[in-house]
Ligand binder design. Sequence first.
Ligand SMILES: [Ca+2]
Length: 215
Amino acid sequence: MLILRSAVLISSLTLVSSAFAVGITVINPSFEADVPNIGHADGNYAQGPFTGWIADSGAGFWAPVLGPNTFAAIPDGVQVGYTGNGGVGAMFQDTAEVIAVGKTYKLSVYLGNRANLPSYGMNGLGAISLQDSLGNTLATTGLVSATSNQFDLQTLYYTVPIASPSAGLNLRIHFSSPGGSQASYDQVVAEAVPEPASMAALGLGALALLRRRRR
Ligand SMILES: [Ca+2]
């Protein structure tokens, strides 16, 4: 009987854990909201700020012509974001999430490596970061690149430590490429996930309930 109850408890906790992951709204997460206005054989593009994102002149979004020159496929829709176009490029979005001590944040995004970058003298490096709204980096992939001609999923976690100077500021999603690089991005997903401390508290609470029932 105890074994059965423990199994029920563990599966309940697993359910609680996934139910407690709270989505953080990302505006224009798939880069489909606007129409690119600069013509290019590999796919039209737009540079600078666009819906939901603050981008410098080395970043924006584009609509790749799928195939061996760009990508075999893209994760979602027909457009993707990009950073770097010869020079450095960066874009970011400040979410409505207020950074709180003890919370864990998860960011996932598909990173793309356009196949014909070497023919432009470029590589596919990009960095995916969680920052606070003052631009302090909380967590970063560092410079990474995807498999040529495709998008690979990148995932970042960050748990806010006690006495974090970022507490109370907004959570920022930040993408960048150094000079001589270009990276593409699609399907940005941000979540707050339960931290181990509160999961342990939930576990203790469930255990207390179980003990009371057994009496
Ligand atoms: Ca898209």
